[in-house]
Ligand binder design. Structure first.
Ligand code: PGA
Length: 268
């Protein structure tokens, strides 16, 4: 991992009603201590964002939306725009594989969402990653290249540092409950994909932008695998799905990050 602050994001997906979300935040508050070199982010459902924004200790957590629409306002029934989320969240997840594959979001729509996030002062967490079939066919680098270059193509260079990328191989994502038994990639596979992502960013915006880009790993991370995943070369943190719904697992992941940062800073 490089010198960046570690970023850990809990993506709750379509789980927990407002009351359940509030209980989970309450439990996380009890367990989790503040540490300046670790940034913790929660991505609840759209409905829970507003009440949680009043409940969370902002020194501990930031909020993230799981999706938003790229037009700021208008006749788009059922959608919520980035501009509506502006004062509520620091981050929005863009291009998650659920959106790409279950809702058929094309590359260009994801590009427009990244641009809309930046326009509205929100950092997009851009998810990229190959399916099992694409990996089997040797297309991993091409898929990552297409996803990264299209998504970032409409940005001014000064805005690139606001983007976070999450490498999420689709074959490693849990179904939300079997995260601790699911197949996870080796550190070499993660490092190679992240090198490819930095190379693509470098081609577009130069080596400094590529080096400074925060890149997360996501896919079946749990308390027991978190440290190994975070220690993979180039990883600046984790995007956690299933395990973020369980306060013991999620605080276990945060503990692993604490131990790692403590070891790096030479405190033990
Ligand atoms: P998972 O999900 O940790 O349950 O695999 C990660 C994600 O989809 O962001």
């Amino acid at each position: 991992m490089n010198q960046n602050r570690l970023l850990i994001v809990g993506n709750w997906k379509m789980n927990l009603n407002v009351q359940q979300a509030s209980i989970l935040v309450h439990r996380l508050h009890e367990r989790i201590r503040i540490r300046r070199d670790i940034e913790l982010v929660l991505a609840p459902s759209m409905l829970a964002l507003q009440p949680l924004s009043l409940q969370i200790d902002r020194r501990k957590f930031r909020l993230c939306a799981q999706n938003a629409y790229f037009v700021d306002e208008g006749a788009y029934t059922g959608e919520v725009s980035f501009s509506m989320l502006q004062d509520l969240v620091h981050y929005v997840i863009v291009g998650h594989s659920d959106r790409r594959h279950k809702f058929n979001e094309p590359l260009e729509m994801i590009r427009d969402k990244v641009a809309a996030a930046i326009r509205n002062d929100i950092s997009p967490i851009l998810c990229v990653g190959e399916t099992a079939e694409e990996r089997k066919d040797g297309e991993t680098k091409q898929v990552i290249h297409d996803q990264v270059t299209t998504a970032l193509s409409n940005l001014a260079s000064r805005d690139v540092s606001k983007v976070v990328i999450a490498y999420e191989p689709v074959w490693a994502l849990s179904n939300g409950t079997d995260y601790s038994h699911h197949e996870i990639p080796t550190p070499d596979i993660i490092a190679e994909a992240i090198r490819a992502i930095r190379h693509n960013v470098s081609e577009l915006y130069g080596p400094t932008a590529a080096k400074e880009m925060r890149i997360l790993y996501g896919g079946s991370a749990s308390a027991s695998t978190a440290r190994g995943l975070m220690e993979s070369e180039g990883v600046d943190g984790l995007l956690v799905g299933g395990a973020s719904l369980n306060y013991q697992e999620f605080s276990g992941i945060v503990d692993a990050a604490y131990r790692m940062q403590t070891a790096i800073s030479g405190e033990i």
